[in-house]
Ligand binder design. Sequence first.
Ligand SMILES: [Fe+2]
Ligand SMILES: [Fe+2]
Length: 188
Amino acid sequence: MPKHDARKGAASARKSAAKTTTGPAHTAAAKTASASTRAAAARPAATAAPLTRAKLIAALNDDLAKEFQALIQYVQHAAVITGPQYDAIRAELAIHSNEEHAHAISLSEQIDFLGGTPGVEVATVHISDIAKTMLEQDLEGELDAIARYKARIAQAEQLQEYGLRRALEDILMVEEEHARDLQNALDL
Ligand SMILES: [Fe+2]
Ligand SMILES: [Fe+2]
């Protein structure tokens, strides 16, 4: 084979090698990128800014606004819910309202103790003309509260605020009872 043909042959071999590796290499890179994106999404806590006392106080004030909401919502629902099948839960709703009041007092004391100012905001109250919808609104609030207080307990632990953790655990137990009462009334 003449020299220039040999060079041509080698160049063509390199080209075709490049061609065959470009596809899979590109796909592998894309796969790696998508895997690392998924990994980042799976561990937001690791990349999030560190928890501070100020952030915890702000989160507790959000919880407090939702306790005021729940208190008002239960007062309204207990007064207007009708239907013989709701007699038992009507009395429970009034009890829940008192317990949400107690939670608001506990959270306010904890916020003050941490050096914050307890807020007076009220989250959006949900009402309805339909009894079942009222109970579903109440249950949605309780399930949200359970998830929030579990997160808050972990945060209190992280900042070694053990008194706060204890207060939050007491609230969480009551929210779990509230959710069960509503699930029973809704036959869930
Ligand atoms: Fe509560
Ligand atoms: Fe509750």
